[in-house]
Design a protein around this ligand. Structure first.
Ligand code: DC
Length: 230
């Protein structure tokens, strides 16, 4: 992938629904450009995990909003080669894989609806964004978190393809799961993420939309690099 790009954007945003390829594409793209990669979904998962760990009811908006303002989320380069993109610590506890547990998957969209949770995490995400030379992935990065980003990508893929990707990822990690449950969870999260009042999942007006069905990660990264060349 030898490319000549004259002026690189300081911030590249990648938004899209569950398993549309944001993290895999974002990570490779960031490596190609020598940029940092930040998957902002990790932060919503961290708050959700902390709420479950502290036995706070997911419907308790006030307690979860307070939690989001108080907990210390650290995202660091990976120290283990077990497929993780980062090491993630919540109040110094390594929660990297705990964030992928079914209980977190089932509740994270609900937690992400709470305005004060979004406010706390959006502020932290903007701090990362200000560092520059960064690829940031999420649901509202191009619309709300970094609306002035120079390049915005919105990834799409069919529900069947996305559910299959999630299913295969879980199998790879040795988890026995039911494909029907994966489809149900992906559909439920898409619905909540797209219909919430604050920062819903929508593509920014100036985003480039890329469909990822049937494409491997390198092909999508190549498409993004070609946008940068033109
Ligand atoms: O990308 P993911 O599946 O790990 O994200 C988990 C949840 O976090 C997702 O269902 C919605 C929420 N999220 C969000 O609301 N805004 C973001 N920028 C990133 C994730």
């Amino acid at each position: 992938m030898e490319k000549w790009i004259l002026k690189l954007p300081n911030v590249i945003t990648i938004d899209g629904p569950v398993a549309s390829g944001k993290s895999s594409v974002g990570l490779v793209l960031a490596k190609e450009l020598g940029y940092i990669f930040l998957d902002t979904g990790i932060m919503y998962r961290a708050v959700t995990w902390a709420a479950i760990d502290q036995k706070i009811e997911i419907s308790n908006e006030e307690a979860i909003s307070n939690l989001a303002q108080q907990i210390d989320i650290e995202i660091k380069p990976p120290t283990k080669f077990d497929g993780r993109i980062n090491d993630v610590f919540v109040d110094k506890v390594d929660v990297t894989w705990k964030l992928r547990e079914p209980e977190v998957n089932e509740n994270v969209s609900q937690v992400s609806r709470y305005p004060l949770v979004r406010k706390a995490l959006t502020e932290q995400q903007r701090e990362f964004g200000r560092m520059g030379k960064i690829v940031m992935a999420g649901r509202d990065i191009g619309t709300i978190v970094m609306p002035n980003a120079e390049l915005k990508i919105f990834l799409k893929a069919s529900i069947e393809e996305r559910a299959l990707r999630r299913y295969n990822e879980e199998l790879k990690r040795g988890k026995q799961i039911n494909i029907e449950n994966v489809i149900r969870n992906v559909e439920m999260r898409d619905k909540i993420d797209s219909n919430r009042e604050i920062a819903p999942l929508i593509s920014a007006k100036d985003a480039v939309i890329i469909k990822t069905d049937g494409k491997d990660v390198l092909r999508v990264v190549d498409e993004i690099l070609s946008i940068l060349e033109n």
